[in-house]
Design a protein around this ligand. Structure first.
Ligand SMILES: Cc1cc2nc3c(=O)[nH]c(=O)nc-3n(C[C@H](O)[C@H](O)[C@H](O)COP(=O)(O)O)c2cc1C
Length: 179
């Protein structure tokens, strides 16, 4: 096993990519060697000392491919420091921070598979033109019209970097421990 860290992500409309890249960059600046890869391109976890996995939220859950990734690699992830993050629009709502206890439950199915050493909960980006299905686009246009969600980029880069900075020493530890 090398001392490399994997930051891997699942996305639908692209905003989780930027979050994963920012996490990867911050970890590199903390002195770690990092690969940032989409989950579909990850073949072998044994070469990594630690794994950070993140996904966009749809219907209050990680994307199915992200949950499948953790399920398929459960044994290997349980042996090393594993951290998880999500990007969602609930945290971008007015008073979104009040919804943190609700959003934390979006990760319950992941936690049931492998307990992360740390969880990053981040506001995402709503770009309706990139949403693949017309029914969902219509639903989002209505939510914007009624002021539930607002279109645009709500990612808080300072919060993302700060999470990654705090995470770095925990990923560098060779033995896994639960938080
Ligand atoms: C079909 C669909 C369903 C969504 N469902 C939720 C949801 O249940 N809760 C939430 O907070 N955000 C939800 N979102 C918002 C996304 O999580 C948010 O836009 C995120 O930044 C998207 O990440 P991505 O660009 O990496 O796909 C949904 C977005 C889409 C397209």
């Amino acid at each position: 096993m090398s001392n490399k860290i994997l930051v891997t992500y699942a996305t639908c409309t692209g905003s989780a990519v930027g979050v994963a890249e920012a996490v990867g960059k911050t970890l590199s600046e903390s002195g770690l060697t990092v690969d940032v890869l989409p989950m579909k391109e990850v073949k072998d976890l044994t070469q990594y000392q630690a794994v950070v996995a993140g996904s966009a939220i749809q219907n209050k859950q990680w994307l199915p491919e992200a949950v499948d990734f953790v399920r398929a690699n459960r044994a290997e992830l349980s042996r090393k420091p594993f951290a998880a993050f999500l990007v969602c629009m609930t945290l971008a709502m007015k008073n979104g921070e009040n919804y943190r206890p609700f959003v934390v439950e979006f990760l319950a199915p992941v936690r049931a598979l492998v307990r992360p050493v740390s969880e990053g909960l981040f506001a995402g980006r709503l770009d309706i033109s990139k949403v693949p299905h017309w029914q969902a686009r219509l639903m989002f246009r209505l939510s914007v019209l009624f002021g539930v969600w607002s279109e645009g980029d709500h990612r808080d880069w300072k919060a993302i970097r700060s999470w990654a900075e705090n995470l770095a020493p925990r990923l560098a530890e060779s033995k896994r421990f639960a938080s």
